[in-house]
Design a protein around this ligand. Structure first.
Ligand SMILES: [Zn+2]
Length: 115
């Protein structure tokens, strides 16, 4: 059974989402609060609260061998997770172990991801 729960005037679902204690799940036809909840969840994620907290151990585990990737054409370099890397042609990619290596090789930091 699904229900919207209140404690006095407090809507429990929004409280859980705002504090990062849960991830929203929408099951039609119960879509009344979908937009509000999604908005709250996005904000909570951006603020790394609760279950969205930055997990350093996980980040290190997922960190690739070369954390910086340069573009031979633009002579800019990026964090491996920058959106620009996804659009880069494989043949234009240059891999760096550190930002110092990239700068020494004449690459300039991306203005978007600020490596
Ligand atoms: Zn970038």
């Amino acid at each position: 059974m699904l229900a919207y729960t209140y404690f006095d005037d407090l809507f429990i679902y929004t409280w859980l989402v705002e504090n990062g204690y849960t991830q929203i799940m929408t099951i039609p036809p119960n879509v009344t609060y979908q937009d509000l909840l999604l908005e709250l969840q996005t904000k909570t994620r951006e603020e790394n609260r609760g279950l969205w907290a930055f997990n350093e151990a996980k980040a290190n585990q997922e960190k690739p061998q070369f954390p910086y990737i340069g573009n031979k054409n633009s002579k800019k370099f990026h964090h491996y997770f920058c959106g620009s890397v996804g659009n880069m042609k494989e043949k234009n990619k240059v891999f760096f172990l550190s930002r110092e290596d990239a700068i020494e090789a004449g690459y300039i930091p991306c203005k978007r991801c600020k490596p």
